[in-house]
Design a protein around this ligand. Structure first.
Ligand code: UDP
Ligand code: MG
Length: 314
């Protein structure tokens, strides 16, 4: 009998867990030909999420639990799940029912037909928060332009990974990670499943705008060298413009001595030049700092997460 792992990141989801569990169970019952391993990764919840999961564990021996010592973020939680999954494949799913559990059957069907990665693609963005929606649109636009590996827009973390892919994923050591990007980088045979993401069933999104912004910056830096090159392009463009400007001043004002038309006083010329150059230097420095910070984090090689306690994990 093939074994399938279901990886569920949890951060303060005490209300969602029981509802999700009912849905998940009714789905899994429809697939009696598989053995399921359910992994709840508690990303440092401070509510009663653990108590809710404990109730489930009492009557289900195939449910496993990992608790982080603090909130490390969904990416770390997904990684912990994949690191500890023992199934022939693993499916990652959100607990808030925005990833309809019933689709798990379609994921499995595609996997049985040879797909090594099955990606859930959200059809429309039902996000009601305008800023988040615009941010998501902008993120994928930029990512598509500059990312070294393409992340399909609206591709979610609702995914199935074959054992082969999980084993390769486990070899990746970087700390600043976005799971989607890493899986895209790994390659393998991909299939897509389109779905409508309903509104979050219970509670608010656990990702605040600040957290999402941070995640977007991390993704750009870890997936692309373009920002670093951008500083170079910017420098060249500014040098060209100020160079032309300088030549104009030199020829028109100094050599020909024309004082009409486009005329800048010496001080104005200097001020514009200096502002430009200072801006250039600052933007370069800022970008360098981002990359250096990234390098530093990788060099420190801290563990990705700290586990406080685990149940049923070998
Ligand atoms: N989550 C997590 N750690 C976090 C934030 C969220 O493990 O720091 C989990 C959360 O419990 C849920 C999933 O990640 O199962 C998706 O979170 P959310 O619904 O807030 O994200 P969105 O749907 O807005 O992308
Ligand atoms: Mg959600």
């Amino acid at each position: 009998m093939k074994k399938i792992s279901i990886v569920i990141p949890i951060y303060n989801e005490q209300e969602s867990i029981p509802v999700f569990w009912v849905e998940l169970n009714s789905t899994l019952k429809k697939s009696p030909n598989y053995e399921f391993e359910i992994l709840f990764i508690d990303d440092g919840s401070t509510d009663n999420s653990f108590e809710e999961i404990e109730k489930i564990i009492k009557s289900n021996s195939n449910v496993k639990y990992i608790q982080f010592s603090r909130n490390f973020g969904k990416e770390a939680a997904l990684s912990a799940g994949l690191h500890n999954a023992i199934g022939d494949c693993a499916i990652m799913i959100d607990v808030d029912l925005q990833h309809p559990p019933i689709l798990i059957l379609d994921f499995i069907a595609k996997w049985e037909r040879g797909a090594e990665v099955v990606v859930g693609v959200r059809q429309s963005n039902c996000e009601s928060d305008v800023i988040k929606k615009a941010g998501s649109w902008l993120f994928y636009k930029i990512m598509d332009r500059i990312g070294e590996t393409k992340i399909a827009p609206r591709a979610t973390d609702f995914r199935l990974l074959d054992r082969m892919v999980i084993d390769e994923f486990k070899k990746l050591t970087e700390n600043n990670r976005i799971t989607r990007g890493l899986i895209a980088w790994l390659g393998f045979k991909k299939e897509f499943i389109n779905f409508e993401a309903p509104q979050r069933a219970i509670g608010k999104a656990r990702y605040t705008k600040a957290k999402l912004f941070h995640l977007a910056i991390t993704s750009f830096i870890s997936q692309s060298l373009f920002p670093l090159k951008l500083a170079g392009y910017l420098g060249v463009i500014i040098m060209l413009i100020s160079g032309l400007f300088g030549i104009h001043v030199l020829i028109v004002q100094y050599l020909l001595g024309i004082h009409g038309g486009l005329y800048f006083s010496g001080i104005a010329q200097l001020a514009i030049l200096i502002i430009f150059l200072v801006g250039l230097i600052l933007s370069c420095l800022g970008l360098m700092a981002l990359y250096i910070a990234n390098i530093q984090q990788e060099v420190m090689h801290r563990p990705l997460y700290i586990i406080r306690k685990s149940i049923n994990i070998k």
